[in-house]
Structures are given as C-alpha cells and as structure tokens.
Design a protein around this ligand. Structure first.
Ligand SMILES: Nc1nc2c(ncn2[C@@H]2O[C@H](COP(=O)(O)OP(=O)(O)OP(=O)(O)O)[C@@H](O)[C@H]2O)c(=O)[nH]1
Ligand SMILES: [Mg+2]
Length: 395
C-alpha cells in the first residue's frame, strides 16, 4: 500500500494511537504491571487484593515442610521460596500474587507452621493473629482455609497433632465448612498405604474425623497445577466467613492470650513445663547419686544437662509471658504502619494521576502539532512519538 494512501486515514490512526497510549499510560499509572515472579511480603496491606465481591482470599496452613508454599506456587504461578532442608523456609506470612481462576481473582496467603525452627510458637501465633485481625478489621474475610497434611507421614506425631490443634482453635467450629484438608506427597507412598492412612485420618477422633463431621472436606493433591485448581474450586464459591480468632481479637476485643488458640498454646507450654520439671527432678536425683559415689565425670555431664533443661524452662516461661505483652505493642505498631501505608498509597495515587494527566496533555499537544504538519512528515513523526512513549513506559 502507498504511504500517501495510508496518510488519508491518519485521523483513524491518530485515534487508535491515542487510545493505545492512554491504555499503556493508565496501566502504568495504576501500577498493575507487577512482576509475577517476585515474592510479596505485604503484612502492611490489609486489602488482600479484595476489591470486588467475587475476589477471594484463602489462607494456607500446616506443619513446617508439609508443602504449603509449593501448593501456593503451583496454583498461583508465584515463585515464593520452597524448602529443601530440615529448617523451616517460610517464617513470615507471605501474600502471593493474585491470579484469576474461573473469572475470580484469587489471593493465597502462606503461613509459617507452629513447629518453625527459627521462631517460637508464641511468635507464630502473634504473627498469624495480628495478620488475621488486621485484615478482618479492614473488612476482609477469608473464603476458606486450607490445611496441608503429608500423607507420606509415617504417623501423625506430636508436631502434626499440635499444629492441627492450633489450627482448629484458630478457625473455630463455625468456619469448618470453609476448611479443606489437603493431603499431598502421594508420590512418596504406595496407593494402598496412602489410602489406608487417608481412611484412618478420616475415621479417628484423634485425627480429622471431628472436623470432617462438622463440614470440613479432605481432598488429595497430586502436585500439579490442575490438581491445585480443582481443590481451589471447592473454596472459591464459598460465602466468606470470619475465623474464631478474628472474632475474638476484633469483635470481642480479647487479648491474644485469652483467645482459644492462645489458651491452647499456653496449655501446651505448661505441659512442656511440667514434663521438664519432672525431668529436672530425675536429674537432681541422679546428681545426688553421682556426688555420693564421687563420680565426677557423671556429675559434670548431669550439670550440663540440668543447665540446658533450665535454659529451656526459662525460655518457655519467657515465651508464655511474651504472648500477651508483645502482641499489644505489635498491634500498635501495625496500626501505625497501616496508617502510614494508607497515607503513602493516597499520595502515590495522586502523584500517578498527576503524571498521567501530564503525559496525556503532552501527547495531545504533540498530536495537535502533527495535525498542522505536512502529510510527508506524518508517519516518521508518528513512529518517533510512539517509540518515545513506549520506551518511556518501559524505562
Ligand atoms: N513429592 C512431593 N514433594 C512435595 C510436595 N509438596 C511439597 N513437596 C516438597 O516438600 C518440601 C517442602 O515444601 P515447602 O513447600 O517448602 O513446604 P512448606 O510447608 O512451605 O514449609 P515451611 O515454609 O518450612 O513451613 C520441598 O522440597 C517440596 O519440593 C508434593 O506434593 N509432592
Ligand atoms: Mg513455606
């Protein structure tokens, strides 16, 4: 086609260019061009990307190393850090990038387990409590909660049962219909063994039976994106509900140590303390025997063991006291951060709007000056203008 012929349609092209550049510019002004591969730590953001009624937020819980982050990455296409060794990997709450599933914007929230190797259980409870209370206070409810359990676990040991007890106290009974227990790592067991364990988990009062009877579901995850999405489809249509700890902390204005989860944790800490006290009594008896028999080496070993035990008891004691006192301070800090966050967001939005208007005005000026130019100059100028704006947007 001749250049001169194309020039006849320049008004149409101008209109298309302005529309396109407006879109590029508006997109940048709104800041929606996020890098999906970047982990996002957004404790300060109470909105959880819930802007419409159809937007959903789902929290993922479970023991350390159970596969919470792997599940979230698979489902959302995020790249949050996954563990490989014995240490806990996720020791903060992480909010994954939202993604679209069946036309709904879904945000998954990753949490650390209660047996974290780098943080105490009280630290974890304060962190989760603060996050859930802050989002709930901001008017955001969760569409569901996922609890991840490894079917490959030889038995449901102390750590798993403790995690699950804490999970139950966080959720409360009335939210259980929005709870999905996800069993994973099926590739680590034969089908027979996996199915037998699954049946036992569903049958025993000590395991998942009480929650399944109250409306929770248990489903298998096959470690694929499709499987993760199939599981999420069970949740995204839910009517969002508040969790027990949200009601306790926000509606009832309870101190965190008075919540059911806080009381459960305190009970656990007291049980540990009782156990350690008994161990200490045994050590003291052995020490007396070693002194009587002048066995210096045994006495030294027992002294070291007693010192370790005493340190552990001091830690538990301090932990129990820290739960209430630190929560109040963190809550005040969080409210402060939230206010700063809201102020900053407002300033950013105003600045973006001003920039947007400036760019659009410059564009309108350039286009009207082009309209006065000769046809011969039109396409080179149009090309230069488009290149400048697109490059300007990318840089
Ligand atoms: N075979 C198999 N491995 C899995 C599956 N899910 C997770 N893993 C592996 O299990 C390990 C722990 O997974 P993570 O996703 O880091 O577990 P997590 O629950 O987030 O762990 P923390 O952040 O430490 O609490 C990693 O090596 C994963 O690759 C699964 O469904 N099948
Ligand atoms: Mg993790």
């Amino acid at each position: 086609m001749q250049l001169s012929h194309l020039a006849m349609h320049r008004n149409v092209l101008l209109f298309a260019l302005v529309a396109f550049l407006s879109l590029v510019s508006a997109h940048q002004a709104l800041g929606t061009n996020v890098d999906l591969s970047t982990p996002v730590f957004e404790l300060t953001d109470p909105n959880l990307h819930i802007e419409n009624e159809t937007d959903v937020a789902i929290v993922v819980m479970g023991a350390t190393g159970s596969g919470k982050t792997t599940f979230i990455n698979l489902a959302s296409g995020s790249n949050l850090r996954v563990g490989g060794g014995l240490k806990s990997t996720t020791s903060m709450i992480q909010v994954a990038e939202p993604f679209i599933l069946d036309g709904r914007k879904v945000t998954l929230i990753d949490t650390p387990g209660f047996d974290d190797t780098t943080k105490s259980d009280t630290d974890i409870l304060r962190m989760i409590g603060l996050f859930l209370a802050t989002t709930y206070r901001g008017g955001k409810k969760l569409a569901g909660v996922i609890y991840v359990h490894r079917i490959s676990d030889f038995k449901m040991g102390g750590i798993s049962t403790r995690n699950f007890r804490m999970f139950r106290e966080l959720c409360g009974d009335s939210t259980l219909k929005n709870v999905v227990i996800v069993t994973n790592m099926w590739d680590h067991v034969s089908t027979d063994v996996g199915e037998a364990r699954e049946a036992e988990l569903a049958r025993e009062d000590f395991f998942f039976r009480p929650v399944l009877e109250k409306g929770a579901q248990m489903v298998r995850h096959e470690n694929t994106r499709d499987s993760a999405h199939t599981i999420l489809r069970r949740i995204i249509q839910n009517h969002p509900l508040s969790l027990q700890i949200q009601r306790e902390l926000v509606d009832e204005n309870k101190d965190i140590s008075q919540t059911a989860a806080g009381a459960e944790l305190n009970k656990e800490l007291m049980l540990q303390m009782e156990k350690h006290k008994k161990e200490m009594k045994h050590l003291q008896k052995d020490m007396e025997a070693a002194i009587r028999s002048k066995d210096e080496e045994t006495k030294r070993e027992l002294e070291i063991a007693a010192k370790k035990l005493q340190d552990e008891m001091n830690r538990i004691q301090a932990d129990a006291q820290k739960l209430a006192s630190k929560y109040e301070k963190e809550k005040a800090d969080m409210e402060d951060r939230m206010k700063q966050f809201a102020d900053q967001s407002r300033r950013d939005a105003e600045e973006a709007a001003r920039n947007h208007e400036r760019q659009m005005q410059a564009l309108r000026d350039q286009i009207s000056s082009m309209e006065d130019d000769d046809d011969d100059d039109f396409f080179p100028t149009l090309f230069k203008l488009a290149t400048r704006v697109i490059l300007g947007g990318l840089l």
